[in-house]
Design a protein around this ligand. Structure first.
Ligand code: UD1
Ligand code: MG
Length: 478
């Protein structure tokens, strides 16, 4: 039987070095709050519950975090908040959570500002704990200044430090010069049987250099109780790196993006430059997808087989079907309603697709064309400088340069229906509500206010007048 896992996320600290009014753990990485990454990771581990310890900016932090989306076929992970006021140290933080941690499980302690720990690393730590041992995630650092050091017993063969059993964690400020020379540090992450954790938490004191209740003191209690303490020693520093400053946030952002880029490239997606690529949400790609430089993907975006995305596109909440091409500098944001782009459609350069834009197969949307809450059937084209809002556009319609749907009367919005095979000339205003009948033609420069019959030519503009004998005025002699 696998043990129930309850995750404690420490998030009460202030984050002074961010120099921000926003609580540190709500700063975003890959479009998600730092602490949300940690919470979502808990769902990957099929955790029973996540307890977030809040303090500084508690109201904001609690409002800014959501329960993780459960993996398929998995019981939802429960999200709880516990307040720590004032903040008297990491041990004191976990003490606040203890009353809500069931004794039958394993507690996994994480930090809300350490977003890039891999679920498989944490699973290995949980396996090492096995419901019986205290398991610590550790790492060797060239410069361990500031971190808690892993103090080990000498090995039986006298081969010395670095390999013996773990005896204690000593905080930097409490460490002797010899201990400060130790390069193996505690990452801030541990897995511990909850029944044992509770007894150890009750024994903590603050008799140390910082006058804080150190969670790390549980190690010496475990050793004193004869319990096995194990270290899972990793080499990938990014997995335990915390965010304390805008610079560190930016560094971890790049590390995260590179990780996503590598994942996509391993599946065959061709990125022009993995260093100039940003996903702030979820991007899924079919086969033979090509993405040029400086593209940003937000929310949920799906790209079908053979889709090509030109340079400098921002694409959010959209589905782009197979073979479609999005030319450079296109902005697509489906927000809640979504955007869909049909197979082999061509969009851009410099196009804007807004919520509810649904483009059919082989639709063409050209430069400086804006489409909102409109459906364009297969083969429809709007190639230059146009607006389609609240419109239903039939197959093969050609919508001329500079034409717009006047969908808003200042109070209400109305629909424009343009039936199949209509040709709308340049610079037309279609004043909704109206229907342009199938196969009809609207002469350039028309302002159309009434529905038109199928097949008809409609011209709604001043008639052209040419005066053959007209004379230009000339200057009168002085
Ligand atoms: C802690 C460890 C140290 C380890 C380091 C790794 C202790 C005593 N020390 O150091 O061994 O090398 O992490 O980064 O645990 N927090 C609270 N309430 C508090 C204090 C802290 O919620 O009262 C939160 C912070 O917001 C942060 C996390 O706990 O998310 C760690 O606190 P921080 O002060 O960064 O760690 P250190 O004490 O420096
Ligand atoms: Mg501290």
């Amino acid at each position: 039987m696998t043990l129930a896992v309850d995750v404690v996320v420490m998030a009460a600290g202030k984050g002074t070095r961010m120099k921000s009014t926003r609580p540190k753990v709500l700063h975003r990485l890959g479009g998600r709050a730092l602490a949300q990454h940690v919470i979502d990771c808990a769902a990957q581990l099929a955790a029973r519950s996540v307890v977030v310890i809040t303090g500084h900016g508690a109201d904001q932090v609690e409002a800014g975090l959501q329960p993780p989306r459960p993996l398929e076929g998995q019981v939802a992970t429960k999200l709880q908040f516990v307040r720590q006021e004032p903040q008297l140290g990491t041990g004191h933080a976990v003490q606040q959570a203890a009353p809500v941690l069931p004794a039958d499980g394993v507690t996994l302690v994480l930090s809300g500002d350490v977003p890039l720990t891999r679920p498989d690393t944490l699973q290995a730590l949980l396996d090492l704990c096995g419901g019986e041992r205290l398991a610590l995630l550790t790492l060797d650092m060239p410069d361990p200044t500031g971190y808690g050091r892993i103090v080990r017993a000498p090995t039986a063969d006298g081969s010395g430090a670095g390999h013996g059993a773990v005896r204690a964690i000593v905080e930097h400020k409490d460490a002797t010069p010899e201990q400060r020379a130790i390069t193996e540090i505690y990452s801030g992450i541990m897995a511990v049987p909850t029944r044992l954790l509770s007894t150890w938490l009750a024994r903590l004191d603050n008799q140390n250099a910082q006058g804080e209740y150190y969670l790390t003191d549980v190690v010496k209690f475990a050793v004193a109780d004869g319990l096995d303490v194990q270290a899972h020693r990793i080499t990938d520093a990014v997995q335990v790196a915390g965010v304390n400053s805008p610079l560190q946030l930016a560094e971890l952002e790049r590390a995260y993006q590179l990780r996503l880029a590598q994942g996509l490239m391993e599946q065959g997606t061709r990125l022009a430059d993995p260093a100039r690529f940003d996903v702030r949400g979820e991007l899924t790609c079919g086969q033979d997808v090509e993405i040029d430089v400086n593209c940003v993907f937000e929310g949920r975006v799906r790209l079908g087989d053979g889709v090509r995305i030109g340079a400098n596109c921002v694409i959010a909440n959209a589905v782009i079907e197979a073979g479609a091409v999005i030319h450079p500098f296109t902005h697509i944001d489906g927000e809640k309603a979504g955007v869909s782009v049909g197979e082999r459609a061509l969009v851009g350069p410099f196009a804007r697709l807004r919520p509810g834009a649904q483009l059919g197969t082989e639709v063409h949307i050209g430069n400086f064309v804006e489409v909102k809450n409109s459906t364009l059937a297969a083969g429809a084209k709007a190639n230059h400088l146009a607006y389609l809002g609240d419109a239903t556009v039939g197959e093969r319609v050609n919508y001329g340069a500079g034409s717009i749907t006047a969908n808003y009367d200042g109070a209400n919005k109305f629909r424009t229906v343009i039936e199949a095979d209509v040709h709308v000339g340049s610079n037309c205003v279609l004043v909704a509500p109206l229907t342009i009948g199938a196969g009809g033609t609207i002469g350039g420069g028309s302002t159309v206010t009434k529905s038109t019959d199928p097949g008809a030519l409609t011209v709604a503009r001043g008639r052209q007048v040419s005066l053959r004998d007209w004379q230009r005025p000339t200057k009168k002699p002085a």
